[in-house]
Design a protein around this ligand. Structure first.
Ligand code: NAP
Length: 486
């Protein structure tokens, strides 16, 4: 499609939930001179990449879907990866976005051109394209984090990360070790345990965990949802309220909400896990809300199985057939699965973005990433981010954040075009004031109490401090005077 002479109005990096949402909103606003640059050969982002057994939404799907794209066909309340991926593909098809997507186009960098006031974008295959606006829609969770464990290279079995699952490796009847017990691992461990000869789990931290109480929707329920979309709206409202009232306050240190979640976790543990030592190992040693609160109906029950063993000793070394950990050496294993999460900092680590005066975005963020409303940063004109710094949530659906971000970007592009100018950039003092306020609020939250992927050193760079309604209100309040037009 494009070559070095191609010039676009807007170049969007990534065709996952964020990029597709923005493309839909741009089209709705009558803006069609955009291209989506997608590094892979399909849309879907994390839902294309994460194909591990049991991969599913850990937010009820009624809420983990676009507010404008109701889907009565969800199979259950917390839908699986395949159905979510289909949902994104269908949205891309329905809104006729495929002709805008350039697949296998990995962006390696971009630089702001002061004279022409546009971005020169470089792809990994060395082609260059131009765009007046550049939007990063690459998400926060796409670089697998594989710990550097001594001896790993000599392991004779198969070894892979949850986000790059090797489906060629047979798992039934095998002896499997899983390192990490976060949101992804608690989904795939119950699946592995059903057929594996043995699953050894190496846990660094336990999780506060609530039940999903999931079950498949009957055909009549899907039929009813199709006929009465209001039902899905009602579902959305209830689930949204649960996150805002039933979970978010825990992150703000609300003792009552923390006590309720603690009680729910511990009473389920007591009912499900018979061995007191294992129960103790599964009891988190940090405040409720300091890390992501997880949802599962089957994780605790899985730990009870005869073929599952939970280890809490640190993994020290990987040998040809075994794992050495604080407390012993494993029996022989065939497969090691890393459920060890993602490298989230620095943001946009695999791209070099050079803004005004050639300033590198990573140097600009040397004390940790920051952005006004998570969307734009001073010194980088016509550059926007979706799911950028301080926009992740620990309590609600990320789509609640993505949609207003897309609306803001459409608003900014439209305002600029209406003004007859060529560039728009947030004022430094506006961003600084916003960031100071945000950091002050974040510093009082439970996330400060443990180390996690939400932080870059001491600074919380990934999460938003408030509720989704506040974010929507603030981002919706677009004020011309907050930006410099040139
Ligand atoms: P994660 O939640 O960051 O969990 C990583 C796990 O690996 C943690 O238990 C961590 O322990 C452990 N770990 C990391 N490095 C380790 C090391 N060197 N040695 C031993 N253990 C180590 O990662 P994830 O499970 O992939 O999930 C990442 C995020 O993806 C989630 O927070 C969530 O936002 C998202 N997610 C979403 C969905 C969805 O449905 N929407 C589903 C899955 C995941 P510590 O806790 O001690 O660091």
């Amino acid at each position: 499609m494009a070559d070095s002479t191609t010039q676009h109005g807007i170049a969007i990096i990534g065709a996952g939930f964020s990029g597709i949402c923005l493309a839909i909103k741009l089209k709705a606003a009558g803006i069609t001179d955009f291209v989506l640059l997608e590094k892979a050969a399909d849309v879907g982002g994390v839902w294309r990449d994460n194909t591990y057994p049991g991969a599913a939404c850990d937010i009820p799907t009624a809420l983990y879907s676009y507010s404008f794209e109701h889907n009565p066909e969800w199979d259950c309340k917390w839908s699986g990866q395949a159905q979510i991926l289909d949902y994104i593909r269908n949205a891309a098809k329905k809104y006729q976005l495929y002709s805008h997507i350039r697949f296998n186009a990995q962006v390696s960098g971009a630089s702001w051109q002061a004279e022409t006031k546009d971005w020169h974008i470089k792809l990994a295959d060395d082609t260059e394209i131009g765009a007046q606006h550049l939007v990063s829609a690459v998400g926060q969770l796409h670089h697998p984090s594989v710990p550097d464990i001594e001896g790993a290279e000599q392991f004779k079995g198969a070894m892979f990360h949850s986000a790059t699952w090797d489906h060629n490796v047979p798992l039934a009847g095998r002896r499997i070790a899983v390192i990490g017990t976060g949101a992804s691992a608690i989904q795939f461990i119950p699946q592995l345990a059903q057929t594996a000869a043995r699953v050894d789990i190496y846990q660094r931290s336990a999780n506060w965990m609530l039940p999903k109480i999931d079950s498949p929707y009957a055909d009549w329920q899907k039929w009813l949802r199709a006929k009465l979309p209001l039902l899905s709206r009602w579902d959305r409202l209830q689930n949204w309220l649960l996150g805002e009232i039933g979970i978010l306050p825990a992150m703000h240190g609300n003792r009552l909400v923390q006590a309720i979640i603690r009680h729910k976790t511990l009473s389920r543990l007591r009912k499900t896990v018979s061995d007191p030592e294992t129960r103790a190992a599964l009891t988190p040693d940090y405040p409720v809300g300091a890390k992501r609160i997880l949802f599962s109906d089957d994780y605790f029950a899985t730990i009870n199985r005869d073929n599952v063993k939970l280890h809490t000793g640190k993994v020290l070394r990987i040998n040809e057939h075994t794992i050495e950990y604080e407390g012993g050496v494993s029996e022989d294993i065939d497969v090691i699965v890393f459920g060890t999460g993602f490298i989230t900092n620095p943001f946009l680590s695999d791209m070099t973005i050079l803004g005004r005066g050639g300033v590198d975005l990573h140097a600009h963020w040397h004390n940790g990433a920051h952005a006004y409303l998570g969307v734009c940063t001073a010194g980088f004109p016509n550059f926007f981010m979706m799911y950028g710094p301080n926009t992740n949530l620990g309590h609600n659906s990320i789509i609640q954040m993505i949609e207003p971000q897309a609306s803001l970007i459409v608003r900014a592009v439209t305002a600029l075009r209406d003004s007859g100018r060529r560039s728009i950039e947030v004022r430094d003092e506006i961003e600084t004031r916003y960031d100071d306020e945000l950091q002050q609020r974040l510093n009082k939250m439970a996330w400060t109490q443990v180390d996690s992927w939400y932080r870059d050193g001491k600074r919380i760079t990934n999460n938003w401090a408030g509720g989704t309604l506040e974010y929507k209100r603030r981002i919706g309040n677009f004020r011309d005077e907050d930006y410099v037009y040139q």
